[in-house]
Ligand binder design. Structure first.
Ligand SMILES: [Zn+2]
Ligand SMILES: [Zn+2]
Length: 333
C-alpha cells in the first residue's frame, strides 16, 4: 500500500512530504488512516536526534487519531471503521511478566511509534491492536490526539502511583503537559496548585482547574505543603526548594526530560520519607481508563489546528514555545 508521509531526511532537517510503501500489518496490528496527529516536544527531540536513537528518514508524530482501515489476520475485522488513538508506544511483547501484569509500557521489547517505525505525520500509521485505544463517545477526535502522549504522561502519576483524591498537588509548568495535568488533578478531586514562571497564564491555569497559582519563586514560602509535585519542566530547578515544598511522605514526580543529573540533598528525603520518581507514559489499561475519565469530565487538550502540509510551521513555533497549548495537524480532506 502506497502512503504519504512527512519525514525528516536527517537530523534537525525540515520535514518533507514523500510517498512510502506501508508494510503489511503484522498478525495483531491494525492500519489506521490518520485524521489528526498532535505535535509533542519529543518529536522535536527525535527530529534533532537529541537522544541518539533516531533513524532517518524519520517520520515523527505519536499522538495520532484516525479510523482503522485494515487489520492483521489475528485481529477481529469488526475493528475496521473504529476510531482509535495511538501514542508513544505502538506495541509490546504481550507475554512477559510486565505486559501480563499490566505494566506493558515497561516491556523490554517495547515498540515506540517513532523509533524504528513510521509515526503519525502520515496518511496511515500501524500499531498493535492493544496499543490502539478506542475513543469513547463524547471525546472530540479532533482534539483528543494529545491525550495519547501528553495526556497519559501526566495521568500516569495519579493512577499508577495511587494518588489520593485528598492529596495536595502542585503542577510545575503550564504547557502541553501541565495544562492537562491541571485538568486531571482537578477531576481526581485534589487540591490543585499551578506553578509557573509566567504569571500571565494564571487565569488560564484557573480555567484548567487550578485552585491557586504560584510563581516558581514563591515555592520556598510553601515548605512542607504538597503531597505530590508533578514537574513537567525539562530544565533544572532549585531542587532543595522543590523537595522542601513536599509534605512528609510527599513525592516529586519528574516528567520533564532534564538532561543533566538531578542534584538532591539526601536529608530532604531521609528525615521525612519523601521520594523522587518518574514514569514513561503508561499501560493500555491506564490509557483506556484515561479516555473514559476524559469523556466523563470533559477533559480536553486545548489545541491549535494546522493542516498537515504546514507541519514545519508548527515545528518552528513549538521550538519557540509559541503555542497554547498543543498543535494538532489535520490530514488533508
Ligand atoms: Zn512484554
Ligand atoms: Zn510525546
Amino acid at each position: 500500500m502506497q502512503v504519504t508521509v512527512w519525514q525528516a531526511p536527517g537530523p534537525k532537517a525540515a520535514l518533507q512530504r514523500a510517498s512510502a510503501q506501508l508494510p503489511e500489518p503484522g498478525l495483531d496490528e491494525v492500519v489506521i488512516e490518520v485524521e489528526h496527529c498532535g505535535l509533542c516536544h519529543s518529536d522535536l527531540s527525535m527530529i534533532d536526534n537529541a537522544w541518539g536513537m533516531s533513524r532517518y528518514p524519520l517520520v515523527p508524530g505519536h499522538e495520532a487519531v484516525g479510523r482503522v482501515v485494515a487489520v492483521g489476520s489475528d485481529v477481529d475485522s469488526a475493528l475496521i471503521g473504529q476510531r482509535r488513538g495511538v501514542g508513544w508506544i505502538s506495541g509490546s511483547c504481550r507475554h512477559c511478566p510486565l505486559c501480563l501484569g499490566g505494566t506493558g509500557n515497561l516491556c523490554a521489547s517495547l515498540e515506540a511509534t517513532i523509533v524504528g517505525r513510521r509515526g503519525g505525520f502520515a496518511s496511515h500509521v500501524l500499531a498493535h491492536q492493544d496499543w490502539a485505544i478506542p475513543l469513547p463517545q463524547g471525546l472530540d477526535p479532533a482534539a483528543a490526539g494529545p491525550l495519547f502522549c501528553g495526556g497519559i504522561t501526566v495521568f500516569s502519576p495519579l493512577i499508577d502511583e495511587g494518588i489520593s483524591p485528598t492529596a495536595r498537588v502542585a503542577v510545575v509548568g503550564i504547557g502541553g503537559l501541565g495544562h492537562l495535568a491541571l485538568q486531571f488533578c482537578r477531576a481526581w478531586g485534589c487540591e490543585v496548585t499551578a506553578i509557573t514562571t509566567n504569571l500571565s497564564k494564571a487565569e488560564e491555569a484557573r480555567g484548567f482547574g487550578a485552585h491557586a497559582v504560584l510563581g516558581l519563586d514563591q515555592l520556598a514560602q510553601h515548605s512542607g505543603h504538597f503531597d505530590l509535585i508533578i514537574n513537567t519542566v525539562n530544565h533544572s530547578l532549585d531542587w532543595p526548594v522543590v523537595l522542601g515544598a513536599l509534605a512528609p511522605l510527599g513525592r516529586l514526580h519528574q516528567l520533564g526530560a532534564v538532561l543533566e543529573p538531578l542534584s538532591i540533598p539526601a536529608f530532604a528525603l531521609i528525615a521525612t520519607r519523601r521520594s523522587v520518581t518518574g514514569s514513561p507514559t503508561s499501560s493500555p489499561a491506564s490509557l483506556l481508563k484515561m479516555v473514559e475519565l476524559c469523556s466523563r469530565h470533559q477533559i480536553v487538550p486545548q489545541v491549535e489546528h494546522l493542516p498537515m502540509d504546514r507541519i514545519n510551521e508548527a515545528i518552528d513555533r513549538l521550538r519557540r514555545g509559541d503555542v497554547r497549548y498543543r498543535f494538532v495537524l489535520d490530514a488533508p480532506a
